[in-house]
Design a protein around this ligand. Structure first.
Ligand code: ADP
Ligand code: ADP
Ligand code: ZN
Ligand code: ZN
Length: 779
C-alpha cells in the first residue's frame, strides 16, 4: 500500500484541529478541487479554512523564507492543530484583511495601470519632436510624472464668494466676511477697509462687484494709517495697518498655521476643485500630450473597463502585444461583473466584495500553480446572474493546477462545488465539528446539517400577507454616479428590497435617503462598516453593555473594600489596566520585510488588566474572564442583572450568541458588525417611525441565519417602521412587500429603475436581470 501522507497523497489531511471552537477536528479535503466550507455563522468554517489550514500554510511559508521569523511565529502562536499533511502553499483573498491606502485604485490593485503606462511609453502617439517618456512619467505617484501644480493630487483648494460670505445681507461691520479672523484682527481689517474708503455699513450684496472682488481676492497688501473709531470704553492710537484679502488670509492660515483649530476653520471656507493645470488628471503636461487612439492615459483610466477594453486595439508591433495582454487581463474582471469600474476608481470607495473579486480576477494571470487559494464568500455583492461567471473563474484557477477552498453561503456556489465540508451543527461551543466532508450530494443524508435542509429540501415560499403602505417617501430626482435624474418612491411601513446587478446604482439610490430628504422620521443606516478600527473597541463597548458590566464589578464587595470605582475596570484609562500593553492585550511585533503582526502581551498574557484589578470577581469570574464569555454564556451568567441581560438578549436575537463580549472590532466581519449595530438599535425602544436602511444584510450569513435575521427585520415593520434593504438573496426579495429593480446593467448600462412593484410583478418584468431568479424563488 502506498504511504497515505506521502507526496502523492491527493488529500490535505487535518488532524486534531482545536483552533477557537473546533473540537479536535479530523478532516481530509482533496487538493486540486473546488471545496466549499459551509455551516451557520459562528460554526467554525473560518476557524478551519483560515484559522487552521491557511494559517498553517502561512506559518510554514514564513519559516522557509525567513528562519529568523521563528521568534515571531513562536510569539504569535501556531494554529492549534495536531498535524496537517499534504498542505500546499496558500494564498488568501479574505475580505476583512488589509485596509488599502488612499492612493490605491482599481488600476494599482489589478496592476493594469502599470501595463497601460508601458503602452503609452512604448506605443503612444507623441507630439512632433517630443522625446519618448519612460513609463514612470505616466504615473501621478512619481516625481517625474506628477503635475507640479498640485503635486499629483489632482485637486486644488480655492475660495469662492459664497464660502467667504455666506450671508450677503449683512454689512462688513455686521460680520459679512465670515472667513475673517475674530477679535482684534478682524476689527483691524474692517478699519483698514473703512480707511481705504469702503462702506462697511452697507449690506454686502449692495457693494459694487469690483469692490467685492478686491476685498475678497486681491493679492495687494496696502499699508495704511488707521485711526480707530473710539470704542465706548477705550481710545486707541493711530497705527500702521496692512490689509490682507480674505482669500489670502484663508489660504495662508490653511497652509501655515500651527493651530489645528485655525486650520480646520480655514478649511471650511475652501472648496476643493480640479487642478486647473492638469484638469484633475494629476499628470505633467508632457505626459498628457501623449495619446493612444486619440485619448490621453487619464481619459482611458476614467473609462469603464468594458469600454477601455474596446478602445485598446492596435494593428501590430509592440502595441499589439501590449493591448492584447491588457484586454485579456481585463476580461476576467468584466466576467466577474465589475466591467463598470474604471482604473482611476479609488479602492476605499469599493465594497469588500468588489475588492475581493478584483483580486480574484488578478490572480488568474499570476501563473501560480500548486497553491491553495482560500476565499471568503466571493459571492458577496454579486447578483445571481453573475454567480455562474464566478464559478467559471474559480474553475479556471483550479484548472491551472490549484486548489480552491471557499467559505460560502450561496446555495448555487455550494451546488457547483466538487467537495463540501459542512461544519456545525450550531455556533460556538455547539458547533466546531465536521458533519460532512465529501461530494455535495452525500450531504443530503446528514440529519444534523442545517445546510442540508436548505440545499435539498426546498423551504416553501413564505405565505405572508403583503402589507399595505402607509404613504410614500419620494426620493430624487437623483443625478449622481450613474443615476441620471432618477425618481423613486419608497413605500412606508413595509419591507422593500432594492435589487439589480452589481454597479447598477442600488447603493447610490438608497444613499439618497437621509433624514432631511425623508421628512418622515428618523433614518438609520445599518451598514457593514467596522464598529471600530482598533482592538480597543469591541462588542461590549460598542453596545454600551460594558458600562453596565463595569458598574456590576464596581458594586461588588471586593471592589468596595479596595476602593475601586467604575473606571478601575476600564482597559482604556490608566488605573486598572495593564500598562505594558496599555490595555490592548497585544503588543505589535515588527519584523523586517514582513507585515507587522500582533502577539499577546508578555505581562498580562492578553488579559488587559493588572493583577490587582483581576483580584476582584463577580460570581467567581474576574473582568477579563467576563470579557472572554460568549454572548450566549454571558446571558446565563448575568441572568439576574436585568440591564445586562436585556442587551444580551437582543444580541442573541440577531444570531450573535457565539461572539465573545471582548472580541475586538478588528476581528469582526462586515456582516457581524452590521448585526451588532442592528442589535443596539433593537435594544432601544423607538416609538417614532424609523426608516431602516441595510446594504446586503445577508452577507456572511448561512440561510439558517438569514431566517433569523428576517424575523427581526419583519418584526420592525410589524412594529410600524419601514425597512429598505439592498439585497441579492432571492429568498429575502421574494418575502418583501415591494421590490425596486435597478439596471438593466452595471455602470452606464444601468442606473434606471427597470421595474417596481410587488415581487410577483417584478418577477414578470421583461427587461429585468433579476426577474428569472426571483421567479425561481417564488415558485
Ligand atoms: P464561521 O466562519 O463559521 O462563522 P468562525 O470560525 O469565525 O465561524 O468562529 C467559530 C467560533 O470561534 C465562534 O464561536 C467565534 O466566536 C470564535 N472565534 C472566532 N475568532 C476568534 C478569535 N480570534 N479568538 C477566539 N475565538 C474566536
Ligand atoms: P450597486 O450598489 O448597485 O452595486 P453603486 O450604487 O455602488 O451600485 O454604483 C453605481 C455606479 O456608480 C457604478 O458605476 C459605480 O462604479 C459608481 N460609483 C459608486 N460609488 C462611486 C464612487 N464613490 N465614486 C465614483 N463612482 C462610484
Ligand atoms: Zn495638477
Ligand atoms: Zn498587557
Amino acid at each position: 500500500m502506498y504511504d497515505r501522507s506521502g507526496p502523492h497523497d491527493p488529500y490535505v489531511r487535518v488532524r486534531g484541529a482545536r483552533e477557537h471552537n473546533l473540537q479536535g477536528v479530523d478532516v481530509d479535503v482533496p487538493r486540486d478541487v473546488l471545496a466549499v466550507f459551509t455551516g451557520v455563522s459562528g460554526s467554525g468554517k473560518s476557524s478551519l479554512a483560515f484559522g487552521t489550514i491557511y494559517a498553517e500554510a502561512q506559518r510554514r511559508y514564513f519559516e522557509s523564507v525567513a528562519p529568523y521569523a521563528r521568534r515571531l511565529i513562536h510569539q504569535v502562536g501556531a494554529p492549534k492543530v495536531g498535524e496537517i499533511t499534504g498542505l500546499p502553499p496558500a494564498v488568501s483573498l479574505q475580505q476583512r484583511r488589509a485596509a488599502p491606502t488612499s492612493r490605491s485604485s482599481v488600476g494599482t490593485v489589478t496592476n493594469l495601470s502599470n501595463s497601460l503606462r508601458m503602452l503609452f511609453s512604448r506605443a503612444g502617439d507623441y507630439p512632433p519632436g517630443a522625446e519618448r517618456l519612460d513609463s514612470d512619467s505616466f504615473s501621478p505617484n512619481t516625481a517625474v510624472g506628477a503635475c507640479p501644480e498640485c503635486h499629483g493630487l489632482g485637486r486644488v483648494h480655492r475660495t469662492t464668494e459664497q464660502t467667504l460670505v455666506p450671508d450677503p445681507s449683512l454689512s462688513i461691520r455686521e460680520g459679512a466676511i465670515a472667513a475673517w479672523p475674530g477679535a482684534w484682527q478682524g476689527k483691524n481689517l474692517r478699519d483698514i477697509l473703512d480707511t481705504l474708503g469702503y462702506d462697511v455699513d452697507r449690506p454686502w450684496r449692495e457693494l459694487p462687484a469690483e469692490q467685492r472682488e478686491w476685498i475678497l481676492f486681491t493679492d495687494e497688501q496696502p499699508v495704511v494709517t488707521v485711526h480707530p473709531v473710539r470704542d465706548a470704553d477705550r481710545i486707541q492710537r493711530p497705527y500702521q495697518g496692512t490689509y490682507m484679502s480674505a482669500r489670502r488670509y484663508v489660504l495662508k492660515t490653511f497652509a501655515d498655521s500651527k493651530s489645528q483649530t485655525l486650520r480646520a476653520k480655514a478649511e471650511r471656507f475652501l472648496v476643493a476643485s480640479p487642478c486647473p493645470a492638469c484638469g484633475g488628471s494629476r499628470l505633467r503636461p508632457e505626459a498628457m500630450a501623449v495619446t493612444f487612439g486619440g485619448r490621453t492615459i487619464a481619459d482611458l483610466a476614467a473609462l469603464p473597463l468594458t469600454e477601455l477594453a474596446a478602445s485598446l486595439v492596435a494593428d501590430g508591433g509592440a502595441a499589439r502585444v501590449l493591448t492584447e495582454d491588457l484586454r485579456s487581463r481585463i476580461a476576467p474582471v468584466v466576467e466577474l461583473g465589475l466591467g463598470y469600474l474604471s482604473l482611476d476608481r479609488a479602492t476605499p470607495t469599493l465594497s469588500a466584495g468588489e475588492l475581493q473579486r478584483l483580486r480574484l480576477a488578478t490572480q488568474l494571470r499570476t501563473g501560480l500553480f500548486g497553491v491553495v487559494y482560500v476565499l471568503d464568500e466571493p459571492s458577496a455583492g454579486l447578483h445571481p446572474a453573475d454567480t455562474e461567471a464566478l464559478l467559471t473563474v474559480l474553475a479556471r484557477l483550479k484548472a491551472a493546477g490549484n486548489s480552491v477552498f471557499v467559505v460560502e453561503h450561496h446555495l448555487d456556489v455550494m451546488r457547483g462545488a466538487d467537495w463540501l465540508v459542512d461544519v456545525g451543527p450550531l455556533a460556538g461551543e455547539h458547533g466546531g465539528r465536521v458533519l460532512h466532508s465529501g461530494p455535495v450530494a452525500d450531504l443530503a443524508t446528514v440529519e444534523e446539517s442545517a445546510t442540508a435542509r436548505f440545499l435539498f429540501q426546498r423551504s416553501p415560499a413564505p405565505t405572508r400577507q403583503v402589507r399595505k403602505p402607509r404613504g410614500h417617501l419620494k426620493v430624487g430626482p437623483v443625478t449622481r454616479h450613474n443615476l441620471r435624474g432618477v425618481t423613486a418612491e419608497f413605500p412606508l411601513g413595509v419591507f422593500t428590497a432594492v435589487t439589480g446587478v452589481s454597479g447598477s446604482g442600488k447603493s447610490t439610490l438608497v444613499g439618497e435617503i437621509t433624514d432631511e430628504a425623508a421628512g418622515v422620521g428618523r433614518v438609520v443606516s445599518v451598514d457593514q462598516k467596522p464598529i471600530g478600527r482598533t482592538p480597543r473597541s469591541n462588542l461590549a463597548t460598542y453596545t454600551g453593555l460594558f458600562d453596565v458590566v463595569r458598574k456590576v464589578f464596581a458594586g461588588t464587595e471586593g471592589a468596595r473594600e479596595r476602593g475601586y470605582g467604575v473606571s478601575r475596570f476600564s482597559f482604556n484609562v490608566a488605573g486598572g489596566r495593564c500598562e505594558t500593553c496599555q490595555g490592548e492585550g497585544f503588543v505589535s511585533v515588527e519584523l523586517l520585510f514582513l507585515p507587522s503582526t500582533y502577539a499577546p502581551c508578555p505581562d498580562c498574557g492578553g488579559a488587559r488588566y493588572n493583577p490587582e484589578t483581576l483580584e476582584v470577581t463577580y460570581r467567581g469570574r474576574n473582568i477579563a474572564e467576563v470579557l472572554d464569555l460568549t454572548v450566549e454564556s454571558a446571558a446565563d451568567f448575568f441572568a439576574d442583572s436585568p440591564p445586562v441581560a436585556r442587551s444580551l438578549a437582543t444580541l442573541l436575537d440577531v444570531g450573535l450568541g457565539y461572539l465573545r463580549l471582548g472580541q475586538p472590532a478588528t476581528e469582526l466581519s462586515g456582516g457581524e458588525a452590521q448585526r451588532i449595530k442592528l442589535a443596539s438599535e433593537l435594544q432601544r425602544v423607538h416609538r417614532a417611525h424609523t426608516v431602516y436602511l441595510l446594504d446586503e444584510p445577508t452577507t456572511g450569513l448561512h440561510p439558517a441565519d438569514v431566517e433569523v435575521l428576517m424575523r427581526q427585520l419583519h418584526g420592525l415593520v410589524d412594529a410600524g417602521h419601514t425597512v429598505i434593504v439592498v439585497e441579492h438573496d432571492m429568498s429575502v426579495v421574494a418575502g418583501a412587500d415591494w421590490v425596486i429593480d435597478l439596471g438593466p446593467g452595471g455602470g452606464d448600462a444601468g442606473g434606471r429603475i427597470v421595474a417596481a412593484g410587488v415581487p410577483e410583478a417584478v418577477a414578470g418584468a421583461a427587461e429585468s436581470a433579476t426577474a428569472p431568479y426571483l421567479t425561481r424563488a417564488l415558485t
